[in-house]
Design a protein around this ligand. Structure first.
Ligand code: ADP
Length: 365
């Protein structure tokens, strides 16, 4: 690949310094431009986006420090290197704190300038390469997600629809035996579709993205919505689903969409792994740095031996023949991934035959 000639801007109020730097840089094959003060420098940076900027810290008008701050806003990938006055270590340290990549103390030799420039450009190359790799990885992941959802889900959904048409008797009467087989196939198909959906959730869960969307949220509001969404699931087994005591402060730093998924997974489990006429109670408490939400059920519980594994991907608790609850073993691992990305934690306690308790801690807003 043909590499672009690096472009370097020298911002210095001293004419001799500008000229000598630009002469050396051009001689070495770089593109170089100069600016006589911070104001002109920033204009040129905004317009021409140099790869590296050499900035004199001490200039009349806009200071070198201010130029440094502004460069970060214009393009954080530009490498700023500061030129510091005679033995002013403090200002060099301050400049590094404000984002300068390196510093060049006056007076410096052409060779010293070359070393610093080479190092800075190498750094820039690494940053850009890393960014382009990240972009490529993201594209591959997105393509993969689209591929899975279209190529795998679509034919399965089509089969599901054919089954419905056959079962509804729309293509003639269906005998008992084939009907039973189709019903079983339909149920297996449903399991497969659930697995693909959960798996897509795992693939889509980008913790960086979760963190980007974090805002102050009322946890009570999030949970109330999920409780109402889940209400229909409670009907078959007559399960009572209620929001218990809630602390006055329920504000967390959270991403609404993924937190809804956490409580949807926990509450669905508390209903599915319950007993007829069982209870599910959700409470919210305020701790020192966290808001905690507890989902407690009076269900079948989990053995001490299996409890440590329930947050692992694809782990399903082995149960006797009489428990045929379908699942993918991904729900709790998804919930944990989301809570971790929030800087929170999730834990479970359980007693076999008596019930389970899932506690989620989320940082306070
Ligand atoms: P899935 O429910 O799809 O199997 P999960 O990751 O949601 O996957 O849960 C993992 C396992 O933990 C389940 O197989 C289930 O046996 C157990 N489990 C989860 N929640 C509860 C609960 N509230 N009560 C009893 N067992 C539970």
């Amino acid at each position: 690949m043909l590499e672009k000639t690096p472009f370097i801007l020298v911002v210095d109020d001293e004419e001799s310094m500008r000229d000598s730097c630009s002469k050396i840089l051009k001689k070495d094959g770089f593109l170089a431009d100069t600016a006589k003060d911070g104001y002109t420098g920033l204009e040129k940076i905004e317009k021409n986006k140099p790869d590296l900027v050499l900035i004199d810290l001490k200039m009349p008008g806009i200071s070198g420090m201010e130029v440094l701050e502004k460069i970060k806003e214009i393009d954080p990938n530009i490498i700023p290197v500061v030129i510091t006055g005679y033995s002013t270590v403090e200002s060099a340290v301050e400049a590094m704190k404000r984002g300068a990549y390196d510093f060049l103390p006056k007076p410096f030799s052409p060779e010293e300038l070359r070393i610093i420039i080479r190092r800075g450009l190498e750094r820039r190359k690494l940053i850009l390469e890393k960014k382009s790799l990240q972009k490529e990885k993201k594209l591959i992941e997105e393509n993969f997600i689209t591929m899975v959802s279209h190529q795998l889900r679509s034919p399965l959904v089509a089969i599901q629809q054919y089954f419905e048409v056959i079962l509804a008797g729309m293509v003639g009467e269906v005998q008992e035996k084939p009907k039973e087989m189709i019903l079983r196939s339909r149920s297996r198909l449903e399991g497969l579709l659930n697995l693909i959906n959960d798996w897509l959730d795992v693939a889509r869960l980008d913790s960086g993205q979760i963190v980007d969307n974090i805002e102050p949220l009322s946890l009570k509001k999030v949970i109330k919505k999920i409780i109402e969404d889940m209400r229909p699931l409670t009907q078959d087994d007559n399960i009572s689903l209620e929001l218990g005591s809630c602390s006055e402060n329920d504000l967390v730093q959270g991403d609404k969409e993924t937190l809804e998924q956490v409580f949807s997974n926990l509450i669905t489990n508390a209903i599915r792994y319950n007993k007829p006429k069982g209870r599910v109670i959700i409470t919210i408490k305020e701790n020192k740095d966290f808001i905690s939400a507890e989902v407690k059920d009076t269900g079948i519980g989990i053995t001490k031996e299996q409890l440590p594994f329930i947050f692992d991907q694809f782990y399903r608790v082995k149960r006797g023949e009489d428990h045929k609850i379908k699942g993918t073993g991904l729900g709790l691992s998804i919930a944990k991934k989301i809570v971790d990305a929030h800087g929170g934690s999730i834990k479970a306690s359980s007693e076999l035959g008596k019930g389970s308790r899932f506690t989620v801690l989320l940082p306070k807003a």
